[in-house]
Design a protein around this ligand. Structure first.
Ligand code: AOF
Ligand code: ZN
Length: 370
């Protein structure tokens, strides 16, 4: 097989891996293609929920054709007995001759051992193929493993004059239905979504994924609400038993009522009004999210919240949606516009959704932890 064939199959594996992004719990969504004589004879993606892993599914599809074949895997195959036996053992037992890997696994139970075990068994291993692309696909998992916090994606929708809404107004439509559907697709890909109490109050949002068939992929919803002021009648609280809601704040009296409604309450130290505000409480919150298995977080609400995350230096990506209409004098200015982008972010791509545009920025360093 030529180097360009290797790239082509790895690119295909990376596209496949995106399929289950956001649906594999704490496990990364990994893809594996078994290729023999230039043909794909088996393929697998980490199953929703995280298991089985990609490799045994691909090997099962390939059957006897796996003997002497090449496995293209987006992440180093696992070497540990976890909830499933090591994928490395399965690859060896199936008689795979060569393994091509995009990204090595930072999980300390695996990290390098997967590759070493394959080589010890006489299998040729090539690593680092399309590594940067692989890191982008695995960004949530890698950020949680290495930085002990979720990958943070800041999403803002701004009017043509750089406003995110109208003062003392409910939801203002800034973008059209095509862009909105794209935002829902993004929601399906992340583990959690966060807004502030101001947005919860003004917009009464649901924050679920409402694309057909993807409701189950809705992210866990977080509201920063120091004094637990969220209304028990809000859509968020009323739907808490269907899609999880966590309110971050502290008030002994309100806590019980929220918990009775099925809401989880996190009194993160430093975010509580009773504790002096720590240097940066957002770091504590993100650490707690990572410990709870959250690998990716979309921050969707409020100019103040957006500014706080940017100030804390924890934003990895910015998705800026821009509508064609102006809001004018009573608008709430966005902390981020195309003309006013925080330093250190570069435009990665732009898309057109009907009358709207979407600009994707990524942090120049640190977004793809190494
Ligand atoms: C693979 N193939 O498709 C995935 C892998 O809890 P466990 O036992 O399922 O193990 C979780 C770890 O497995 C996770 O941290 C990562 O190292 C690896 N994920 N490995 O060989 C896969 N999803
Ligand atoms: Zn595995």
């Amino acid at each position: 097989m030529t180097a360009s064939d290797d790239r082509r199959f790895m690119a295909a594996a990376l596209r496949l891996a995106r399929w289950n992004t956001g649906r594999t719990s704490t496990n990364p969504s990994v893809a594996c293609l078994i290729v023999r004589d230039g043909l794909i004879v088996g393929s697998g993606i980490t199953a929703p929920g995280g298991r089985p892993h990609a490799e045994p599914q691909a090997l099962a599809g390939a059957g006897d054709a796996a003997r002497g074949a090449t496995a293209h895997v987006t992440l180093e195959p696992c070497s540990h007995f976890g909830k499933t036996p090591p994928c490395v053992n399965a690859l060896i037992a199936a008689g795979i001759a060569r393994v091509v890997i995009a990204v090595t696994d930072p999980d300390e139970r695996v990290s390098g051992r997967g590759i070493a075990m394959l080589r010890e068994a006489g299998i040729a291993v090539d690593t680092g193929l399309l590594e940067n692309e692989g890191r982008a696909v695995l960004a949530g998992y890698l950020t949680r493993q290495v930085q002990k916090r979720p990958q943070v994606i800041l999403k803002l929708a701004v009017s043509a004059d750089g406003m995110i809404g109208r003062r003392d107004h409910g939801q203002v439509a800034i973008t059209g239905p095509i862009a909105r559907a794209q935002v829902h697709a993004l929601r399906a890909e992340v583990d959690a979504i966060l807004i502030g109490i101001g947005t919860a109050r003004a917009d009464d949002p649901e924050l679920t994924c409402r694309l057909p068939g993807l409701h189950e992929a809705s992210p866990r919803r977080f509201v920063l609400d120091r004094r637990l002021e969220i209304s028990l009648g809000s859509k968020l609280v009323r739907s808490a038993r269907e899609v999880a809601v966590t309110v971050v704040g502290d008030d002994a009296g309100r806590r019980a009522a929220l918990e009775a409604a099925g809401v989880e309450v996190w009194g993160v130290e430093g975010i509580s009004p009773h504790v002096p505000v720590a240097k940066n409480p957002l770091h504590l919150l993100l650490h707690r999210m990572a410990t709870s298995g959250i690998s990716s977080l979309m921050v969707e609400g409020g100019a103040g919240i957006a500014a706080a995350f940017l100030e804390a230096g924890v934003v990895d990506r910015i998705v800026l949606l821009e509508g064609p209409d102006k809001i004018g004098g009573d608008g709430v200015a966005s902390p981020v516009t195309r003309g006013h982008m925080p330093s250190g972010f570069r435009l990665e791509r732009a898309e057109t959704f009907g009358p709207d545009r979407a600009y994707h920025y990524e942090r120049e360093s640190g977004c793809l932890p190494g």
